[in-house]
Design a binder for this molecule. Sequence first.
Ligand SMILES: [Zn+2]
Length: 212
Amino acid sequence: MTGPTVLDLRCPRCGAALAGSHQDVVFWCGGCYVPHEVVGERFVERRGNVAQAALRSEKAVVYLPLWAFRVSYAMHWDDREQEALARHLPVVEWVYVTAFELHNASYFGDPGLIFTEKRVRLEAGPPVRVVGCSRSLEEAKAYVEPHLLTIIDRRVDVTGLELSSTIGDVLLWGVPYFDEGDHLRDGILGLKIPSAAVDEVAAIRVLGGAGR
Ligand SMILES: [Zn+2]
């Protein structure tokens, strides 16, 4: 008989205590700044970067996680006309997937999908503490093709489309969000999400409060 797995929440790399909310599956170490994902019964290191804000604000900043997948993909339609239309589509290089718990993401605007569509290129800044993620790498991968399809579908009818994609580099980004009270505004595009739609927002404010 096996008992429940109890993880020692210490960073296997540097020994610092790992803090997170109860639903986190990735813990971003505040000591060595390396994200560690719980896979089975052990920690696996992930590549993490902290994004530099492109906008300015006097508000406190919290850093929320987004997965980023470098993709290459091919689109094929039997319909030559559709295929010809698709040649003019902008090429997506990075697919972003929201890694924190956001309720009604499709209603409020899913940051991962919007960052993908706007073809955001994030610049790495100095490391800070980033809150953990509730979405695992494997769960996030399942959003790569749906995100691509959503974006392609806005320009070309995806009926009959055969999409094949491969994932190259995988990165976890800590994205700066300005805490404006009833909403959080990202420091890259300036999009607002209601604080109430972010699960565990109170814990995030404590854990991810990297200051101004
Ligand atoms: Zn560490």
